[in-house]
Design a binder for this molecule. Structure first.
Ligand code: FPP
Length: 228
């Protein structure tokens, strides 16, 4: 079967907590393992020709979690920004973050901006991390910016101009850990995306799983509301 590699894959990296619990470990252990899975999946996605990889790392709702867990996620992200710079440059990865700035520490925002700037001319895969991200907040923020700029005659293109990140819509959304939900992820951008759900928890997701998802996607008949 011919594999159709999507230009843009978006992933809801779910199940870190349950994966850790299954092993009798704290949830934070699952997030650490999840960060390692992300490194591997990014590298493999780049190798097979995926152009954009968006991952849901922290939602606007995740602030409700226990302080220790939120602190670990912040720490892991900050550590990732530092430890990955070399690898991202070596692998020609462009790094982007999509999300609300409000609520994120100045320090972390500075590190994010720095890495975005340093990798902006890289021409390989784009890694877009949805961080302090909510699909509804993104649309609300876009509306407010349109009002501020006195935009009139709003079209879909106008809205798209005001979303956090200007990259093409994902053709494929993958969610791990078996939940059949979108959880406020990329609401605007996934209007016509294909959705694939695997039972595996994110730390167990691997190359083989990614290929399985792409194989499944390759068989889909995408009609975009039309008839074939
Ligand atoms: C969902 O699993 C996962 C998250 C809320 C965080 C995802 C974060 C990472 C994969 C690691 C850090 C990321 C970077 C960019 C370094 P869950 O905690 O909801 O799991 P559960 O549903 O089993 O409780």
């Amino acid at each position: 079967m011919e594999l159709k590699i999507p230009d843009h894959i978006a992933i809801i990296m779910d199940g870190n907590g349950r994966w850790a619990k299954q092993k009798g470990m704290p949830r934070t252990y699952g997030h650490k393992a999840g960060a390692d899975t992300l490194r591997k999946i990014l590298s493999y996605s780049g190798e097979i020709g995926v152009k954009y990889l968006t991952v849901y790392a922290f939602s606007t709702e995740n602030w409700k979690r226990a302080k220790e867990e939120v602190d670990t996620l912040m720490f892991l992200f900050k550590a990732y920004l530092k430890s990955e710079k070399k690898t991202l440059m070596k692998n020609n990865v462009r790094f982007l973050v999509s999300g609300r700035e409000e609520g994120v520490s100045k320090d972390l925002l500075k590190e994010i901006k720095k890495l975005e700037e340093e990798t902006k001319d890289n021409t390989g895969i784009t890694l877009n991390i949805a961080f302090n991200y909510g699909g509804r907040s993104e649309i609300v923020d876009a509306i407010n910016k349109m009002i501020e700029n006195n935009e009139t005659n709003i079209t879909e293109e106008t809205v798209e101009k005001y979303l956090y990140t200007k990259i093409p819509d994902p053709e494929l959304v993958i969610r791990t850990s078996g939940e059949m939900r979108i959880s406020n992820f990329l609401l605007w951008q996934i209007a016509y995306s294909e959705i694939y759900v695997t039972e595996s928890y994110w730390p167990d997701f691997n190359k083989e799983e990614l290929i399985k998802a792409i194989e499944n996607y390759s068989k889909r008949d995408r009609r975009f509301g039309g008839v074939k």
